[in-house]
Design a protein around this ligand. Structure first.
Ligand code: DP6
Length: 355
């Protein structure tokens, strides 16, 4: 017999960035963060987890290729879920799988993401959120406190904890040494700010040169600016950002979002050796949005960049999103050397002008 569960989880885009850990193993951050979870049909991971007495080892396939499951991050997530497994009646076969059975049963995990291969966007957030959620469903894990499952996704990849919820999500850094209170909390659901449009401008599909994990480790060890940001600045902007989201105040949202992205990249430059995630095209996108916002006297669009050169842009509504797209097309024409293959997420149709 085989029992299985399939789940899907979208990726999320941070508007107040997580950068830096105070505990590497438990992935506890040095500051809280806020993100927007994308629609599940946009950029997401789909994972099937199965158990059967005939499986002789835990195994994992990512996008059609078997990969090792021995890494600490997978092992830590598996261990935490297994330790919380409860008796489950498989809905298909009515077979009862006891708490004791879970100790000896092996899992097979098949995961794939629907990110356009050219997108070069991080997939670990969606991947770990999906894996942990699917395993928890399969093994009958019930949260003993709100956010417990997000705290398990967190030990897979920090940003993954935020993908357990839709809409606007805060990752509370927490205070405890064991990480129990370092969990994701939904600030507002998907429907809260339906007009907001997210556009991803794919500037480069190349793998980032410095991974987030290693980059933030170097920043914690060498950047004084990062500590100042985490202690003095982020706690204040968290309060303002929560309010801006609650009130759907695009002007404040845009101002904080752009400033936070720029400050995050400033801490990367302040790292030794310095980390450069933005490229020439990323910087031109920033200038384009800044000039537009200045000319209109109020924010028309916002930008944010993670650990790579691709831009995530926000527009307050569909009309502004279309205007933003036509500006992108004008400034970055498909045939130019400043190439963007633009992937549009949200209600606006996908628009791809390929490299
Ligand atoms: C710049 O969550 O990928 O996207 O916890 O080491 O797996 P690990 O790092 P990861 O870092 C994400 C960094 C970021 C900002 C953010 O998403 O908040």
């Amino acid at each position: 017999w085989v029992a299985m569960v399939t789940a899907r989880a979208p990726t999320n885009i941070a508007v107040i960035k997580y950068w830096g850990k105070r505990n590497q193993k438990l992935i506890l951050p040095i500051n809280s963060s806020i993100s927007i979870t994308l629609n599940p049909h946009d950029l997401s991971a789909t994972t099937t987890v199965a158990v059967s007495p005939s499986f002789t080892a835990d195994r994992l396939w990512l996008n059609g290729k078997e990969v090792s499951i021995e890494g600490d991050r997978y092992q830590n997530c598996l261990r935490e879920i297994r330790s919380r497994a409860t008796e489950v009646t498989d809905p298909k076969t009515s077979r009862i799988i006891t708490k004791k059975d879970w100790e000896s049963l092996h899992v097979h995990i098949v995961s794939k993401n629907n990110f356009p291969t050219a997108a070069g966007l991080a997939s670990s957030a969606a991947g770990f959120a999906c894996l942990v959620y699917a395993l928890a469903q399969l093994m009958g894990v019930r949260e003993r406190y709100k956010g417990e499952i997000s705290s398990i996704a967190r030990i897979g990849s920090g940003s993954a904890c935020r993908s357990l919820y839709g809409g606007f999500v805060e990752w509370d850094m927490g205070k405890d040494d064991d990480g129990k209170d370092s969990i994701a909390i939904q600030l507002a659901e998907e429907k809260h700010w339906e007009d907001l449009v997210v556009i991803i401008a794919v500037v480069s599909s190349r793998r980032k040169e410095t991974s987030s994990t290693l980059g933030m480790q170097d920043s914690v060890n060498t950047s004084k600016l990062l500590l100042h940001r985490a202690k003095e600045i982020v706690p204040k902007v968290m309060v303002e950002m929560r309010k801006a989201i609650k009130e759907r105040d695009f002007a404040t949202f845009a101002r904080i979002c752009c400033a936070d992205s720029n400050q995050f990249h400033a801490t990367c430059l302040d790292t030794s050796p310095p980390i450069f995630y933005l490229n020439d095209t990323s910087k031109r996108i920033i200038s384009m949005v800044e000039r537009w916002n200045k000319a209109e006297g109020t924010p028309q669009a916002a930008y944010t960049f993670d650990a790579g050169p691709n831009a995530v842009l926000f527009a307050p509504d569909k009309a502004k999103a279309c205007e933003l797209l036509s500006r992108l097309l004008f400034y970055f024409p498909p045939a130019s050397d400043k190439k963007i293959s633009s992937y549009v997420v949200g209600d606006v149709d996908m628009l791809a002008f390929k490299e």
